[in-house]
Design a protein around this ligand. Structure first.
Ligand code: SAH
Length: 340
């Protein structure tokens, strides 16, 4: 029997228990969304960099091989968070194998549908529900492309001089955001404490928790992580919660579970979390600058005219909004693509 629509379940829950935090709405919507479909590509809702061109994953494979070679490490584990169809890993692992590097592959993925797609492209992988079960005895090379943007955010809205948790209420079948209970000023980043009334501030406790755990592992085990996502160096004021369906923007409070909900990622905060854990953080740079430093122009020229449009999408269309950060163990060298 088909599962009831998530919208009906959430509407009942809100009728019984009252409005729910934006973070809870977003977490429930995305869990249902990713569990029930493969959203990637022209036929789906959105297209990601590894689905645009094999050059993306190949350059990241070369990045990883170069870093491991300079670190003098051959026994590493390859980890991807939210690997989508597994395309990035398949392209990267092919390049790494040519450099003599054949790491064990670990995927952190909650969706059974996406796991099945990943198994087709990377048959030998091991799957994890969360990063807590990743191997603890080898250096980790961790890649997260368009992963953090899918994690739930909290929204805090200022009414007069007081900050409130933004909640999702439901009227009949219509979901809408409201200002809920007040929150203490101490949870607002100090730089934003004096924002104007009406301001919205976003935090992502789930992202911070994953980044802190990941950094602690890299500090303990060695290795590096590379995070690529659309976002900004915050904290900053702004409402970035967005929904995408069929390659167009939609109302994020409509049709929970049927469209992709994301928020822009605060990369400076993720770097701060990494540094606070004792890792070395790199960036923030842009995807365009990063891919150029890794040699995308030469690679595109070698592949011929057929890929010039793909190169343009990766380097120019996505080049500024998409940002790249890295973190490394203190004894590991500077990763390619980041200035000292
Ligand atoms: N990295 C891929 C896919 C990005 S879409 C690419 O660039 O093409 C987001 C991916 O993260 C999907 O595979 C989705 O199923 C997964 N995902 C979303 N929320 C997750 C969570 N909380 N834990 C693990 N994986 C998650």
């Amino acid at each position: 029997m088909a599962e009831p629509l998530l919208a009906e379940r959430l509407a009942r829950a809100i009728a019984l228990g009252g409005p729910i935090p934006v973070s809870q709405f977003m977490a429930a919507a995305n869990a249902r969304y990713y569990a029930t479909r493969d959203p990637l590509g022209a036929e789906g809702d959105f297209t990601t960099a590894p689905e645009i061109s094999q050059m993306f994953g190949e350059l990241i494979g070369a990045w990883a091989a170069d870093l491991c070679a300079r670190a003098g490490q051959t026994a590493v584990a390859w980890v991807e968070l939210g690997p989508g169809r597994g395309t990035l890993s398949a392209d990267a692992l092919r390049v790494m194998a040519r450099a003599g590097l054949t790491p064990a592959v670990h995927f952190v993925e909650t969706s059974p549908t996406m796991r099945a797609a990943q198994a087709e492209r990377v048959p030998g992988a091991t799957w994890h529900d969360s990063i807590t079960t990743l191997p603890g005895d080898v250096p980790l090379i961790v890649i997260a492309n368009e992963f953090f943007d899918a994690l739930p955010i909290r929204q805090l809205v200022k009414r007069g001089a007081v900050w409130h948790e933004r909640l999702v209420a439901c009227q009949d079948t219509l979901f809408l955001p409201i200002a809920g209970t007040s929150v203490p000023d101490t949870i607002i980043p100090p730089a934003l404490a004096h924002a104007a009334p009406g301001a919205i501030v976003e935090t992502s406790p789930a992202s911070v928790a994953i980044m802190a755990d990941l950094s602690a592992r890299i500090v303990a085990q060695g290795g590096a992580a590379l995070v690529i996502d659309y976002g900004y160096d915050g904290p900053a004021v702004g409402d970035t919660l967005q929904a995408v369906r069929g390659h167009a923007y939609a109302n994020p409070f409509e049709a929970p579970g049927e469209q992709d909900l994301t928020a822009h990622v605060d990369l400076a905060t993720l770097r701060l979390v990494a540094s606070a854990s004792g890792a070395v953080s790199w960036g923030t740079t842009t995807q365009g600058t990063f891919l150029r430093a890794l040699g995308i122009d030469q690679r595109a020229a070698a592949l011929g005219d057929g890929v010039s449009g793909d190169r343009r999408r990766l380097v120019e269309d996505m080049g500024e909004l998409f940002k790249v950060i890295a973190l490394t163990h203190a004894d590991w060298p500077r990763p390619a693509g980041f200035d000292a």
